[in-house]
Ligand binder design. Structure first.
Ligand SMILES: C[S@@+](CC[C@H](N)C(=O)[O-])C[C@H]1O[C@@H](n2cnc3c(N)ncnc32)[C@H](O)[C@@H]1O
Length: 271
C-alpha cells in the first residue's frame, strides 16, 4: 500500500511497490526477456551511442532481470555491474547470468538508484532503461548517474514519456505498473534533469511506436499462454481480461500521443 501524501514514506513506498511489482512471476510471464519497450533492439541502438570499448566498465541502474547487462557484456565485451532495488529480481538476474555463462563479466547487487552503492567516477558508461520514470527523486538519481561516471563517460537512458498534461484518467486506476509510471515526464524534462546534473546532452530520439509494439507483444503472450499453458497464468495470478483492458487503454494513450518512449544519451564533460 502506497502512502497517500508525497514525502519520505511515500517515496519509500513507491520504490518498494515498484520493485515488488517487477519481481513477480506475472510480470516475467507478460514481459518476457527485456522489461522495457523496444526490447533488445532498442538496447542495441542505445549501446551503439555509448562509444563502448572492450574491457570498459558499465553500470546498469535498475537492471531488472539483467537482459541489458548480459547483452552489453556479450556484444561489446564490457564488464557490467547491475543494481536493482528488488531482491528477488537481483537473484533472478544472477541465476540467468550464471546460466548464460557470463557470471565473471556481469554482477548484480541490490541497491537504490537514488543512493547508488558504487564509488565516484568508477564507470565508463551507465545505462538506465525504463526506470528513471519510477524514481521518486529524479534529481537525486540524475546526480548519482553523474557521480558514478568518469569524466568523458556517457549515460544512456530509454524511458516512458508522458505529455505535459499527464497520464490519461483511464490508466490511472491500474495499480503496480501505473504506480511505477505515474511520475513519467516529457522527454525534454528528462534531458533537463541530466543537464542539471552537469551532463551534456548528445542525443534525444522518440520511439513511441515501441510502446505500441510492447502492448501487442503482451497481448500475444497472453494468447499464447491461454492456449498452451493456462495454468501458468493462473499460478502467476494474471487476470487476462483485466490485462487486456489495460492494454486497450495503453494503446489508446499511445495513439493519442499521451504516452510515448524516448532514448537519451548524455556525456559527463571531460575534466
Ligand atoms: C521496467 S523495469 C526495467 C528493468 C530493466 N532496466 C529492463 O529494461 O529490462 C524497472 C526496474 O526498476 C527497478 N527499480 C525501481 N525503483 C528502483 C530504485 N529506486 N532503484 C533501483 N531499482 C529500482 C525495479 O525493481 C525494476 O526491476
Amino acid at each position: 500500500m502506497v502512502s497517500a501524501e508525497p514525502g519520505p514514506a511515500w517515496a519509500d513506498d513507491v520504490k518498494a511497490c515498484c520493485a515488488a511489482a517487477y519481481g513477480t512471476d506475472a510480470v516475467a510471464l507478460l514481459l518476457g526477456t527485456a522489461y522495457h519497450p523496444g526490447g533488445l533492439a532498442l538496447t542495441r541502438r542505445l549501446a551503439g551511442a555509448l562509444s563502448l570499448a572492450p574491457g570498459q566498465r558499465v553500470l546498469d541502474v535498475a537492471a531488472g532481470p539483467g537482459a541489458t547487462a548480459r547483452l552489453l557484456a556479450l556484444e561489446h565485451e564490457v564488464l557490467v555491474d547491475g543494481v536493482d532495488l528488488g531482491e528477488h529480481t537481483v537473484l533472478s538476474a544472477r541465476e540467468a547470468t550464471v546460466r548464460a555463462g557470463l557470471a565473471e563479466r556481469v554482477a548484480f547487487r541490490v541497491g537504490d538508484a537514488e543512493q547508488l552503492p558504487v564509488t565516484d567516477a568508477g564507470y565508463d558508461a551507465l545505462v538506465c532503461e525504463c526506470a528513471l520514470c519510477t524514481f521518486p527523486d529524479k534529481t537525486v538519481a540524475a546526480a548519482e548517474f553523474a557521480r558514478a561516471l568518469r569524466p568523458g563517460g556517457r549515460v544512456g537512458i530509454t524511458d516512458v514519456t508522458v505529455a505535459p498534461e499527464g497520464l490519461p484518467a483511464e490508466l490511472a486506476g491500474i495499480t503496480g505498473w501505473v504506480a511505477c509510471i505515474a511520475d513519467a515526464r516529457p522527454s525534454a524534462d528528462y534531458e533537463q534533469l541530466l543537464v542539471d546534473a552537469g551532463l551534456r546532452p548528445l542525443r534525444r530520439e522518440r520511439h513511441d511506436t515501441a510502446i505500441a509494439r510492447m502492448v501487442d507483444e503482451i497481448e500475444a503472450r497472453i494468447g499464447m499462454f491461454e492456449m498452451t499453458a493456462p495454468e501458468r497464468l493462473a499460478a502467476a495470478g494474471v487476470d487476462a481480461e483485466a490485462v487486456r483492458g489495460y492494454l486497450v487503454a495503453a494503446r489508446r494513450a499511445v495513439e493519442a500521443g499521451t504516452i510515448g518512449y524516448t532514448l537519451l544519451v548524455a556525456e559527463k564533460p571531460a575534466a
